[in-house]
Write a protein that binds this ligand. Sequence first.
Ligand code: NAG
Ligand code: NAG
Ligand code: NAG
Ligand code: NAG
Ligand code: NAG
Ligand code: NAG
Length: 507
Amino acid sequence: MRREGKRDPAITIVAAALLVACAALLVEEAYGEEELVTELANGFTATHSADAPGRFEPFLYAPNGVFALGFLRVGTSSLDLAVVHLPSSFPLWRSTPARLADWSSPATLSFDGRLVLATGPVEGNLLWSTLNVIGDTVALLNSSELVIRHYDLRSPSWRSFDNPSDTLVLDQNFTMSTPPLISQNGRFALRLGKTYMALHMEFYGGLTRPMYWQHTAMMAQPENATEPPVYGRLDGQGFYGLYLQGSNGDDTVDKLAFDTFVQNLTGAFRRMTLEDDGNLRAYYWTDASKAWTSDYQAISGQCQLPTSCGAYGLCVPGEAAPRCQCLVNDTTGGTTTPPCAAVETTDLCGAGQLFDVVRRSRVSLAYKERVPFETYRTAAECEASCAANCTCWGAVYNGASGYCYLIGFPVETVVYEADDQKVGYFKIRKAQPHRSAARPRAMSPGVTAATVILSLVLAVAGAYVGYWLWDRRRRRLAGGVGMEQELTSRPYRDLKSMDSSNNSFKA
Ligand SMILES: *[C@@H]1O[C@H](CO)[C@@H](O)[C@H](O)[C@H]1NC(C)=O
Ligand SMILES: *[C@@H]1O[C@H](CO)[C@@H](O)[C@H](O)[C@H]1NC(C)=O
Ligand SMILES: *[C@@H]1O[C@H](CO)[C@@H](O)[C@H](O)[C@H]1NC(C)=O
Ligand SMILES: *[C@@H]1O[C@H](CO)[C@@H](O)[C@H](O)[C@H]1NC(C)=O
Ligand SMILES: *[C@@H]1O[C@H](CO)[C@@H](O)[C@H](O)[C@H]1NC(C)=O
Ligand SMILES: *[C@@H]1O[C@H](CO)[C@@H](O)[C@H](O)[C@H]1NC(C)=O
């Protein structure tokens, strides 16, 4: 017999479950009807919420649903505006303001004819904006390009492809007038010359920029002043093409072929990124692989990278793996490991600039062909020519050839070579007690490790929440797009890049 008023708990549970299911269906319905925003009109404003769960808060999507524009958290707490490849959460373009805002600040992105990123009222709080541009709409294209368009004009009045950060994507033209590609840590740049592309280190805020890698277009004629300059473009067939400006694109003057060039890989999305270790690498992404696979790097061999062991580092090539040591006098016993010294931000000119000297044999520069040299009979003459010049930080002498390579920029990593005739002379700024007290150096290893672990945990947690949100959204979209992709380990890379002064092989 059933007693009134006391229901079976099973029925209650089933009823509750049904209620939840109905609610879920209603939510699903609401989501299903939600259209992706693919265009912003004049007057648009987005405010970022500091307690958003993910690293990325999108508000504008490409029609193919693969790319989005939004607020991006960089490192642990900085805020930037970025175009992100959603399946990998890799930022393909960033506004990179000179002054980064804190993620917890109430920043807004508004469009009033130009795009403006500011923390509060624009006066005095402007972080970044598109200059000298007036447009009616903002859109993100299927190519990942962000454009500002004018109703009356056919071509966009502003395009992110003309303002790259550290990455070039498929079909993006890179010309002599395009601003350089700058690595996230700001220490390296890719520039195009009239007949070549080249990588540079950036010192003293970009005033001194020694070249450490160069690729000259094979068929270009540098002597021919009337020949137009070359421009570059990443091609879907797996190469970086250099073309003559003004040509229709068939006029390839050089092809930098990637590993996948012979494979006829179709449908892959490609990017080329100037990374924080100073290398230029190409990657491709396919829906099947769900990961960025590298098929090109400009520099192979860790010791060939310009700052692989940091400032005053010595890279020792090895069969298994290269090792990092510090540049110390030959007479100093034992070896020390990086970090060896902080990167110098000013030269040794001016009153009271004192320096000590380090002499080391069996050293060379990975990029010595790009460094100016003089010829001397002795190492002492080579040294003297550098010692007397306050913009010279060191000299590497080859006793066999007499070549004296002069380092006109702060000393970075040099390479070990088992040749007693190759000797180096390096200036090292004398520690000034009050200065080093005012500028505390690196954190203690314990604190650093704890910070890294904590950041890693937070980044992974954030990434997963972000992925979960994105994945839910994707399932809404999946019908048309059919992607089944996941997050890569980008947050880890960000952590590494935060620690840019310490580019040893520990990571
Ligand atoms: C962008 O991609 C979407 C989905 O793949 C497609 O429907 C649309 O036609 C594409 N737009 C252009 C301009 O190619
Ligand atoms: C790149 O340049 C070529 C040749 O000038 C042009 O046809 C093409 O449309 C450009 N691509 C983009 C994305 O602007
Ligand atoms: C220089 O370049 C122009 C345009 O490409 C070409 O017509 C001319 O023949 C070249 N001259 C020489 C000397 O190579
Ligand atoms: C590459 O792909 C294209 C189009 O799919 C095809 O026509 C061509 O034969 C392929 N080439 C090779 C070498 O497989
Ligand atoms: C290295 O040796 C030179 C003498 O060759 C000496 O003057 C200099 O102080 C030494 N440098 C250091 C950092 O000990
Ligand atoms: C000093 O060194 C710089 C760079 O190493 C060089 O450009 C300059 O000509 C040198 N000055 C003198 C007077 O030798």
